[in-house]
Design a protein around this ligand. Sequence first.
Ligand code: DGL
Length: 273
Amino acid sequence: MASNAPIGAFDSGMGGLTVVKELMQQLPGEQIIYYGDTARVPYGDKSKETVAGYARQITGFLVSKGVKAIIVACNTVSALALDDLKSEFDLPIIGVVKPGAKAAAEATRTNRIGVIATRATIGSGIYEDFLHRTNPRIRVFAKACPLFVPLVEEGWIDDEITDLIIHRYLDEITAEGIDSLVLGCTHYPLLKARIQQAVGDGITLVNPAFESSREFKYVLEENGLLNDPSQGATADLSPTFYVSDGAERFRSFAARILGSPLPEENVKLHTFE
Ligand code: DGL
């Protein structure tokens, strides 16, 4: 596989844009192809079989677009289907959970860590597993926050209703004396400022996107796949987005998150049978 091939990333919807943003900073020489499954979001309340089926379709689609490696920009897919994808597809694929757990284990001073994520991710127990493997003394206080994803998809980010819901979910785990809180769903960093305000400055918010992008860069290097745009003709590295519904809404949301307008031709519709 050529090192100037694009990289792939996907999520159930808009959440993975928090990973795209980080990738664009840490891997400025890579072209990103992103798939947001906006027609089938949320994944977080669905079964492992359903999520794995969707993830398989999207991975196959990204492979058909010629990507050289994939970052699963979704904790739910990373928790439920990463091993299946790795065994079924012959290219480097990483998830966001393991790097996120590593970042949290490094951030904590008191070994009391909160984890918030979708119902499926929390139910899988994967964050506890990775955290306990890193340090058996860590205590994990986990909470599913299923309403956060629709609030983000609706664009209700700076909203008093969102603040009430944040408190409703988080007050019980902040009362446990945690010093770090993992934002274990890629939609949640979009609520970061409001979450920080609700939990107070004494709690460090851990966004797995940073550590995951670092890990992804390392995987590309290790496989000789890191692109060096200084070699050869200057290609257009602007990201391409595919969504399964609402391309126009996605385009304006993505422009807000990424901080620059996206040309219409860079956001396309692609649906599965
Ligand atoms: N953003 C995804 C995650 O990281 C999925 C959210 C959802 O679709 O429920 O878990």
